[in-house]
Design a binder for this molecule. Sequence first.
Ligand code: IMP
Ligand code: MG
Length: 194
Amino acid sequence: MVKRAAPSRVPHRLRHEVKGVLLSEAQIAARVRALARQITRDFASREMVVVALLNGTVMFLADLIRHIPLPMRLDFIGVSSYGAGTQSRALEFTKALRLDVRGRDVLLVDDILDTGKTMSAVLAKLRRLNPRRIKVCVLLDKKARRTERVQAHYVGFEIPDEFVVGYGLDFAERYRNLPFIAVLHPAMHAAPNP
Ligand code: IMP
Ligand code: MG
């Protein structure tokens, strides 16, 4: 493998906004490939439908599915649970599923499992469409914050109870483009810039 200068340190321009890098680009890449291999083994027999939640899954999804060499169809559900802050609020569905999942094997992908409210609401919606089975895949799992009885079949990393950004995850819609996952500076929670 090519050894690269992975940014395991916070770039200077972000030093007041993020506290530190939790997961480097290389760590994420290795783990995402391992997840893809596991999913490939489990879903090998039938065409799958991948359902990803917008917007946090953009990077994870793109990296994950390009390492799953199986026939698949892809669709999105838009759901938003955060305003400008870090506290969970009411869920809003912003885009409905268009593919028919009846009788299908579904892989439901999200960026992070936190309280589990988003996932349990989405699972309830999906189950009403009568898929054959639903497997849940999340990049991050913040187990300590769980309030709902929901768990993922495939988890990239279990992380501590800190607000993280990057690799698709946002704070007030910012930082999604960081190639690594970083812990947000606590001062940022207090004064979000709208
Ligand atoms: P839950 O409904 O509380 O499980 O929250 C899940 C959603 O909240 C995720 O899909 C994320 O969009 C968002 N979220 C939860 N924790 C974080 C975090 O640490 N950083 C960024 N987004 C988060
Ligand atoms: Mg999200």
